[in-house]
Design a protein around this ligand. Sequence first.
Ligand code: TYD
Ligand code: MG
Length: 455
Amino acid sequence: MAKQRHLYVCSACGYETSGWLGKCPSCGAFGTLEESEVPTVQARPAAQTLPRGPEAFAALRDVAVTDDTRLRTGIGELDRVLCGGIVEGSLVLIGGDPGIGKSTIILQICQNIGQKGNKILYVSGEESVRQVKLRAERLGVTTGNLLLLSETSLEGVEQAVRQSSPRMLIVDSIQTIYRAEMASAPGSVTQVRECTAAFIRLAKGLNISVIIVGHVTKEGAIAGPRVLEHMVDTVLYFEGERGESYRLIRAVKNRFGGTNEIGVFEMRENGLAEITNPSEYMLAGRPINASGSVVTCTVEGTRPILAEVQALVAPTGFGMPRRMASGMDFNRVIMLIAVLEKKAGFQIAGYDSYVNVAGGMKISEPAADAAVVAAVASSFKNKALEPHTVILGEIGLAGEMRAVTMAERRVAEARKLGFTQCVLPQANLKGLRGVEGVRVFGAANVREMLQVVMM
Ligand code: TYD
Ligand code: MG
């Protein structure tokens, strides 16, 4: 008797194994492996494995390249991330936490694309047609080219696509769609992968642009967009905190362009609004002449964005001082406070320290280290820094200031917003060009940096 085969797939990263494991060996997540149906492998006809004739190959120089036809979404920040628009016949996956704004931006795209005379089919597996209509009204979506369908069966969607032959298909969300012949539940790895493969075939076969929405799930109980990344053409992730209105869209994969661009948005009452000047947005409401407030410049993709790092240092009421960081890596902040103590002689062991990046922004690059140190020092000494100064630099454990990437761009962005001084690592001074109008100070270590900014 043939032995029953099992397949377990990690819902976080897509790792496959034949036996169940508590911890995924690939991504290290616990309890994410779930049983999946073993795909039936059909024997291929022998002819396919025979050597092909020379006509089956194409010399690189003979391949004709025509410009991809792209559907512009009409939202500048999104078109920037998509390098011009959605390519016809391609499949875009938009991932993000539930409630972050995926359905909202999609309806806004529908309005713009529909107004240009393109037929769109919006399949919602989560909301009824009436609910979508109510949201569309709130967002001012009035296009007559938008067809709505509340459907969760894959066969039903395929049929609707063939009937209506749209230019663009939207599936919100992939976790609600299922193929009836498969035993597993909607949202399981097997279903999500199978349905995505079916949508890819639809996209390529009928040459329509397809956008699928995927919720990112932390628990891994439902398959997240991670397991689909390798299949689709473009993957966009929506980032941001639900309580904050600031949103980022980042391309993590793009077969038709780069992944360096980000789009910045603000969630308003009437949908997502583009923020074309994120630096200005981030610095709005910055207190002038307040201690503990420092401006730095971070780079997202290739885009410099000024950000305000705030610190509050106050005597602790506990035996052990509290440290908190929001918008930054907590461990990095503790390390920087330790460097400040040991290398610059600040006695802050008896003080609580809170560090925050204003505006709901997240900084993950070390170029903001010097700003954190300066903000903590400024709050500790209760001394406001010169308000037109930008501080850049990575800080090492020896207290040294290490060079940052794209220094010129960062300084130029600061100048654009009216900053007149910049303190940066000594190593960045060499070859720094095009910074006229900004006084630059090089610092080799934390002590020197603080000497300049605390003057
Ligand atoms: P939604 O697009 O439904 O999120 P997702 O599809 O990613 O799950 O966004 C829902 C949130 O956005 C909800 O909490 C309300 C808020 N929102 C606004 O603030 N303004 C708006 O115009 C809309 C439509 C939603
Ligand atoms: Mg939604």
